[in-house]
Design a protein around this ligand. Sequence first.
Ligand code: LP5
Ligand code: MN
Length: 262
Amino acid sequence: MWSSARRKSSDTAVNPSASAQAGRSFFIADLHLTDERPAATGRFFRFLQDEVAGADALYILGDLFEAWTGDDHDERVAGDTAERLATLAEAGTRVYFMHGNRDFLLAERYAARAGMALLPDPTRIDLYGVPTLLMHGDTLCTDDTAYQNFRRRARHPLTRAFLHRLPRAWRQRLARRARAGSEAAKMHKAAEIMDVNADEVVRVLREHQACRLIHGHTHRPAQHAHPVDGRVCERWVMPDWYTRWGYVVCDATGCTLRMDAL
Ligand code: LP5
Ligand code: MN
């Protein structure tokens, strides 16, 4: 059953025809695709075909993949995903990709193969007349200082240059160690620390002069309201695709969060 943060009469059709999708943009994040979880991959491909086809744009806001070790990534899901996204892009839907903390090594070579344009984090877009800020969401978690330090080191140009020169098997080993270290570290972190910092949300909205923010990363799908300088601004958080799946879809009348069980 669909759960939705905001329903409109036009949202009743679960699988609308492609032509009905013009004038809409879809937002997804945290799919964490890997050959080890084929149900999520299958659901993603059906989502592209049944719901996104014909839409104006698809924005992938990070963590599309479980752990991307470079554009020579050898999982089958990498090739299949590039093919599906390229088909969507060729049919006229613009496809955008913003890096997440799991796939920050995804580069131009793979993006070109998938027909995706890379977006910096954050990016402000004009979404049907509403200035909208797009982020992965990890930089909003400013209370998680251990992660922010790790992020700075991992994303440093010298680290990237070093990683790019390593053989694939070494990069895969490092990624496994980083994943294990991260899981161990998270066991000792309070849940609030791993959520966004509300002051940081207000700060970025103010800095980018936007009153709507769409992000993922926290795996806490919801619609939030944040007062900013006398206005009530919207924050939309997309779901992960572990045991459920979902997206945010926006048109000229506003945004809706939709989710279902996988
Ligand atoms: O990913 P998620 O959501 O479970 O947790 C994040 C933060 N963790 C991370 C680490 C990634 O999961 C690692 C995956 C990288 C894949 C590709 C990289 C390939 C090369 C890698 C080389 C660097 O982002 C987690 C946050 C959480 O979100 C919530 O916001 O808390 O942050 C951490 O747990 C970080 C720790 O606090 C500190 C660092 C521990 C890692 C130690 C690694 C040691 C080995 C390093 C090898 C280079
Ligand atoms: Mn993330």
